[in-house]
Design a protein around this ligand. Structure first.
Ligand code: SAH
Ligand code: SF4
Length: 358
């Protein structure tokens, strides 16, 4: 029989599964408690569940499928995990420590088809979407790493900003969000979760309709179509005006704030005129937008892009503030271990290819 990962089921799906097998619904509550609260690593450790039921579970499901390939720790406490999937593909997951908690950055796809010109993840075309279980397991693996140290620490925040475009894997993303957010399991608060998209307009609207408290960030990176199309080819089919109108819909529907991400690339999009144009673009929604200025993390393959000068970053920031736009400059985490999106994976794949050749 073809088994699936038990981590891929939402609570309701597991309840339904038990019911379908003639078992009591409350088994789901017991099993989730073992999986996500006590965090067992072997089904046989579920001591309040009958042997027959455990056998039934084992006949249909497996537990872990990600294998730790390597782990790197930065001076600032950032940890980067490279995991091998059951089909041999590599993905990365990053843990960042902040004073407000432990935040995990998860990957949603193997590679990315959006192909932004500055991003290491787009160097390789998308091989496949991750399953909801594979996304959930990234959180669990990082949590297990903490559990093993017996520090009582927990993953308190999630950013969906690793490799891949989450809205290009929408259904699995939504299952993942429901699983990690559920009070019956890891109970990671929706307000502590942020999903970042390159701006798939239909999916921004669908996300607004979900009635969730999860935060949304949209990668804007440029204040006009010419510039945005030159660095993000997705802008050719889904231009800024469509993205902004989807954002308006989101704001109206949810009344939540939205984050716009803006990578600062030296000499490309970091000039004062760009800051002014950006302020103008968000003028009618200043109260509900926050612009996150991201210092570019250089990628070896893209010699054309450099991180903006400190002075240019400050001028950009000042101009936005002067125009009443709420913004901040993202603090770089783990840059000594290539913690930016897709970088460790792309380096490892390069090493593997070189090894294969020799
Ligand atoms: N695909 C989604 C989420 C993953 S990327 C998206 O594009 O939003 C998460 C963020 O990291 C995006 O804002 C992306 O533009 C940014 N990013 C990609 N490569 C980067 C790099 N080398 N340095 C800094 N930020 C980068
Ligand atoms: Fe994909 Fe996001 Fe990277 Fe663009 S920035 S290539 S959408 S992962």
């Amino acid at each position: 029989m073809n088994k699936t990962s038990i981590y891929g089921l939402t609570f309701n799906e597991l309840e339904d599964w038990f019911e379908g097998k003639g078992e009591k619904k409350f088994r789901a509550k017991q099993v989730w408690d073992w999986l996500y609260v006590k965090r067992i690593r072997d089904f046989d450790d579920m001591t309040n569940i009958k042997k027959d039921t455990i056998s039934l579970i084992k006949d249909h499901f497996y537990l872990e499928s990600l294998e730790l390939h390597s782990k790197q720790e930065s001076k600032d406490g950032t940890k980067k995990f490279l995991f091998k999937l059951s089909d041999g593909n590599l993905i990365e997951t990053v843990l960042m420590k902040f004073d407000y908690g432990n935040s995990v950055c998860v990957t949603t796809q193997v590679g990315c088809n959006i192909g932004c010109s500055f991003c290491a993840s787009g160097l390789l075309k998308k091989d496949r979407d991750l399953t909801s279980a594979e996304i959930v397991e990234q959180i669990l693996k990082v949590q297990f790493d903490m559990d093993d140290k017996q520090t009582e620490e927990r993953v308190s925040h999630i950013v969906v900003m690793g490799i891949g475009e989450p809205f290009d894997n929408y259904d699995n993303l939504m299952s993942f969000l429901r699983i990690v957010n559920s009070d019956r399991g890891l109970a990671i608060g929706a307000r502590h979760i942020t999903v970042s998209t390159s701006g798939l307009v239909e999916k921004i609207r669908a996300f607004a309709d979900e009635n969730l408290q999860v935060n949304l960030a949209v990668s804007l990176h440029a204040p006009n179509n010419d510039l945005r199309s030159s660095i993000m080819k997705i802008n050719k089919g889904q231009p800024i005006e469509d993205v902004m109108s989807a954002i308006d819909y989101y704001l109206e529907k949810t009344n939540r704030r939205i984050t716009l991400e803006y990578i600062l690339l030296d000499g490309v999009n970091d000039k004062p005129e760009h800051a002014k144009e950006l302020a103008e673009l968000v003028r009618d929604k200043k109260k509900l937008t926050y612009i996150n200025l991201i210092p570019y993390n250089p990628v070896d393959e893209y010699i054309q892009y450099k991180q903006s000068e400190k002075g240019a970053i400050l001028t950009f920031y000042d101009l936005l503030m002067k125009n009443g736009v709420q913004c901040g400059v993202r603090h770089e985490q783990g840059s000594d271990i290539d913690a930016a999106c897709g970088q460790l994976r792309s380096k490892q794949m390069k090493k593997d290819r070189e090894k294969a050749k020799s």
